[in-house]
Write a protein that binds this ligand. Structure first.
Ligand code: R5P
Length: 292
């Protein structure tokens, strides 16, 4: 695919993905450097002057605020010399804060939307945004692409025993269904509830399914603390299932999440490269390229 006059700039959080994307688009690539000062401020250094249409690639995973402000800085700088700036933020932070769940809570996804517009983003591209509810807060065009079929295609190549696809909460039931369709199998969703004050998770009575001896693929948009996957794993193991795999688009895996998930009995965690890490098995650069 050749797009003339496109420049890709890889932010510090997404250098490798940005290079893959530049290759797919046959675009110029500009690298960046970042210095983090002792107080946590970041100084971003850009290795060239972009012109024409510019694509900034910078995922906003932890340290979230730092990576996000670097994205804003890059967009703002690119806007000075480019005709259009496309902000590719594969993991878009704060999208779980899409409404006022408890009185007084600030809906920070609206603030993210305002900031991206203010610095000059012409279009935003993200992957499996936590909540499409937040799309209405964006005044600039936003494209939310899904990595579900790519994740499912990865699992299709594995030799799984009569796989069953399970979403650890009702929210991702449609994506679990889509995943299962690619594997030509069934799916279900667990009724997980989170206490908004304490953050504690509880599994409410879920529809009874026969998991006996069947391999399970737990699918979710993100794994953060691992709490949701651990709860779902405990629930499924009580029902005598086979091996358990966890698939997600965004593997934030904060603190010892990975260990907790493995200790609970998950055999393997598979993620995309929206957040670089050792669980990455699926490259999203081709679906990003198609969306631009
Ligand atoms: C929640 O609605 C999300 O889809 C994830 O299930 C959740 O954010 C994962 O967080 P954690 O790994 O901390 O349970």
């Amino acid at each position: 695919m050749v797009l003339t006059n496109f420049t890709v700039i890889g932010g510090s959080a997404s250098q490798s993905l940005a290079k893959n994307l530049a290759n797919k688009l046959d675009a110029n690539y500009i690298k960046t450097d970042v210095r983090i000062f002792p107080d946590g401020e970041s100084k971003v250094i850009i290795g060239g002057k972009p012109t024409g249409k510019t694509i900034i690639v910078q995922s906003a995973y932890p340290p979230i605020d730092s990576n996000f402000i670097q994205a804003l800085s890059l967009i703002s700088k690119a806007k000075e010399t480019s005709s259009q700036v496309f902000a590719v933020i594969p993991y878009l932070c704060y999208m779980r804060q899409d409404k006022e769940f408890l009185s007084g809570e600030i809906v920070t996804s609206t603030v993210i939307a305002k900031m991206l517009k203010a610095v000059g983003a012409s279009k935003i591209v993200t992957v499996d945004m936590h909540s499409e509810l937040a799309i209405k807060y964006f005044d600039v065009p936003i494209r939310n692409i899904s990595a579900v079929s790519k994740l499912a295609s990865f699992f299709k190549k594995l030799k799984l025993k009569d796989p069953f696809v399970v979403a650890p909460d009702l929210f991702w039931a449609p994506q679990a269904k889509q995943f299962a369709k690619i594997l030509d199998t069934e799916s279900t969703a667990i009724n997980k509830q989170r206490n908004r004050k304490t953050g504690e998770l509880e599994i409410k009575q879920s529809q009874k399914r026969d998991f006996d001896g069947r391999d399970i693929i737990l699918v979710d948009d993100m794994i953060s603390t691992g709490g949701s996957i651990v709860k779902a794993t405990e629930y499924l193991k009580r029902q005598n299932c086979g091996r358990i795999y966890a698939a997600c688009t965004h593997a934030l895996l904060v603190d010892d999440a990975e260990k907790k998930i493995r200790d609970a009995g998950v055999l393997k965690i598979i993620s995309t490269n929206t957040i670089p890490g050792k669980t990455n098995a699926v490259d999203v650069s081709d679906i990003l390229a198609k969306s631009l």
